[in-house]
Ligand binder design. Structure first.
Ligand code: PLP
Length: 443
């Protein structure tokens, strides 16, 4: 017997009071789609301050990988907090080393890695950009349209998923060239005979961008998401990464893979790039790594990472002990069952949404790996015209009925629940989603 979901239409009176106070003192730059005000969470469920219960298909944007307040995570943080909370990366401590050792064990590279610990995704990307320049002596970069890598000036120069994120901020870091990301549902290039847009994109870099517009030997690195996150949960076709890897090898360019959203077991493997059987030179990590304690990492093949001299890069909070113990426990829980659950529940969820597509003309495309699932809504399956307003209406209606979802891309709903979610909550959540969709289609 599940508890009732919505007892007061959200946002209820207590939520409204907090929304008002928030609006007075917090930056209006935070983009909020609806007024969910958290009271507490447990596993894949959250409750708001008015007592409403929601199923969480967002996990704090793929952060609460082990679910909300997993007892073992809470215990690890509590125990560490009693010993020491901070010492700074000027000193040494065991859990910081252990986190780096664990990342070395699971990193998607055969070679040992050198790890730089950060506090967020954007900081992991900044570290990668700086290391790439430092190690190669080259200055320029290639990024992808629709990519999202963060909002500080370096990572922002690559971010290209929403105009609002760029408006009035130019100039960001110069020397970043954007090329299309291979989207099997919305191909930009004429499809090559083998049907793989990935080949078309790499051909474009190789033959159009290189060598006339951009000398390849000036390119330090290519920064790419293994599955585009904010850009729409886009899964590149099979040839893309193998071809990109070959191009990088031929030109002495580093391949930086931004696993901030797709990594840490979310897709059913530790790293999304492992679905493509190639190795990156540098990997950027954050979001799901520490179950919600701010934490990130940049892991580079040692032959590259070892090039930095002491003082070349640093930070105050990197390797924060609370974040480290949470990360260690998170990785243990993911390894001992949650990654497997992500693969199984993800396949189950993908099947269920694919079946829904037969009942709903507005579902243009369904795609996913593990618990990273995108459902793209269209006004017309032939023209594929994005149904942005319908997507937003569905998201709102889900909220009003007890399901937290978010959008990405132009008209895609994304499902990225905690990796421990069970079948019952998946079913219950998908029912709310389908009801919301039915309602929105009638409008
Ligand atoms: C969220 C995200 C970032 C930025 O992470 P922050 O912690 O918000 O700075 C970078 N890359 C990808 C792929 C992301 O999804």
């Amino acid at each position: 017997m599940t508890t009732p979901r919505i007892i007061t239409t959200p946002p209820g009176p207590k939520a409204k009071a907090i929304l008002e106070r928030d609006a007075r003192v917090l930056s209006p730059s935070y983009a909020r789609d609806y007024g969910f005000v958290m009271e507490h969470g447990k596993g894949a469920e959250v409750w708001d301050v008015d007592g409403n219960r929601y199923i969480d298909f967002c996990a704090g944007i793929a952060v609460n990988s082990t679910g909300h307040s997993h007892p073992e995570i809470v215990k690890a943080i509590q125990e560490q907090a009693e010993k020491y909370i901070h010492i700074s990366s000027d000193y040494y401590h065991d859990v910081m080393v252990r986190v780096a050792e664990r990342i070395d064990e699971i990193a998607p590279m055969e070679e040992a890695v050198t790890v730089f610990l950060t506090n967020s995704g954007t900081e992991s990307v900044e570290a990668a950009i700086k290391l790439a320049r430092y190690a190669t002596g080259r200055r320029q970069f290639i990024g992808f349209l629709g990519g999202f890598h963060g909002r500080s000036m370096g990572s922002l120069s690559f971010t290209a998923s929403k105009a609002r994120q760029q408006e009035r901020f130019f100039p960001t870091m110069p020397g970043v060239w954007h090329v299309p990301y291979p989207d099997p549902y919305r191909p930009i290039f004429p499809t090559p005979p083998n049907g793989d847009q990935g080949d078309a994109v790499v051909d474009y870099i190789e033959n159009m961008l290189f060598p006339e517009a951009l000398p390849p030997d000036e390119v330090a690195a290519i920064l790419v998401e293994p599955i585009q996150g904010e850009g729409g949960y886009i899964i590149p076709p099979p040839n893309f990464f193998p071809r990109l890897r070959k191009l990088c090898d031929r030109q002495g360019i580093l391949l930086i893979v931004d696993e901030v959203q797709a990594g840490m077991g979310r897709t059913g493997k530790w790293w999304a790039i492992q679905h493509y059987n190639i190795e990156p030179d540098i990997v950027c990590i954050a979001k799901g790594v520490a179950s919600g304690v701010p934490m990130g990492a940049m892991a580079a093949r040692s032959s590259i990472g070892a090039k930095w001299k002491p003082g070349a890069h640093g930070n105050t909070y990197g390797g924060n002990p609370l974040a480290c113990v949470s990360a260690l426990k998170t990785m243990e829980l993911i390894e001992n069952g949650m990654m497997q659950n992500a693969a199984e529940m993800g396949a189950y969820m993908l099947d269920a949404v694919s079946e829904m597509q037969a009942r709903h003309a507005s579902i243009g495309h369904v795609r996913g790996k593990g618990l990273m699932i995108g459902v793209e809504l269209v006004l017309d399956r032939e023209t594929k015209e994005p149904a942005r307003e319908m997507r937003n209406a569905v998201m709102h209606s889900c909220f009003e009925n007890g399901l937290l979802t978010l959008g990405c891309g132009r008209s895609t709903m994304r499902f990225m629940p905690p990796l421990m979610i069970g079948k019952n909550l998946v079913d219950e959540g998908l029912q709310i989603f389908e009801d919301a969709l039915t309602q929105a289609e009638k409008r």
